[in-house]
Design a protein around this ligand. Structure first.
Ligand code: FES
Ligand code: FES
Length: 184
C-alpha cells in the first residue's frame, strides 16, 4: 500500500491552456475562494494566493515533507495534492496552529529545545508532529521516529527535533490531565 505521507506527485505544473476554476476552501478556519487552473497543487495556492508561507517548497515531489499541512487532521504533502482535492476539507497550515494568541505546544517545544538550524524542514516536522501526537498522545520512541521518518532535515537537527516532540507530548498530556481535572 502506498504511504499516504509520500504521495507520488503528478506533474505539479498545471496546463496553462486550461482556464482557472473557482475553488472554495476552508483554511485555518476561514472560508476562502481561489481561482486556480485545474491540477494546481495546494501548496501553490496556499503560498501564492493566500500568502501562507508556513508550508515550504522543498522537493515539489512529495518526498521531503517541508510542504506538509493538515487536511482533516491528517498530515499530507501539499505539493502533491491538487487544490480540487482539498475542496470541502479542513486545511490547517502552520499559521493556523496557534490558539488565543498562544503558539501550539509543539511549536513552543521546538523553540524551547532550539530544534532548528536553517529551519527549512520545521514546518513539516511540526505539522507532522501535531498529527502524530493527536493520534498517539503517549508515543514510544519508535513511534516518534517512524512518524517523522519521511521528513527530511538536511541540517542534521534530528536529536533536538526528537527531544522537542517528546517534550511536546509530555506538555500535551499534562494539559489534558489538567483540563480533565478541571472538568471533574
Ligand atoms: S515540497 Fe512537498 S514533499 Fe517536498
Ligand atoms: S533545520 Fe535545516 S533542514 Fe532541518
Amino acid at each position: 500500500m502506498q504511504d499516504e505521507r509520500r504521495p507520488v506527485a503528478e506533474n505539479p505544473r498545471p496546463d496553462p491552456r486550461l482556464a482557472p476554476v473557482r475553488h472554495g476552501l476552508t483554511v485555518n478556519g476561514r472560508s476562502v475562494t481561489v481561482e486556480a487552473a485545474p491540477g494546481t497543487r495546494l501548496l501553490y495556492v496556499l503560498r501564492n494566493d493566500l500568502a501562507l508561507n508556513g508550508p515550504k517548497y522543498g522537493c515539489g515531489l512529495g518526498q521531503c515533507g517541508s510542504c506538509t499541512v493538515l487536511v482533516d487532521g491528517r498530515a499530507l504533502r501539499s505539493c502533491a495534492i491538487p487544490v480540487r482535492a482539498a475542496v470541502g476539507r479542513r486545511i490547517t497550515t502552520l499559521e493556523g496552529l496557534a490558539e488565543g494568541g498562544r503558539l501550539h505546544p509543539v511549536q513552543e517545544a521546538f523553540i524551547a529545545e532550539n530544534a532548528a538550524q536553517c529551519g527549512y524542514c520545521l514546518n513539516g516536522m511540526i505539522m507532522t508532529s501535531v498529527a502524530l501526537l493527536a493520534a498517539h498522545p503517549d508515543p514510544s520512541e519508535a513511534e516518534i521516529r517512524s512518524g517523522l521518518q519521511g521528513n527530511l532535515c538536511r541540517c542534521g537537527t534530528h536529536v533536538e527535533i526528537l527531544r522537542a516532540v517528546r517534550a511536546a507530548a509530555s506538555r500535551l498530556r499534562e494539559a489534558r490531565t489538567g483540563s480533565d481535572g478541571d472538568d471533574a
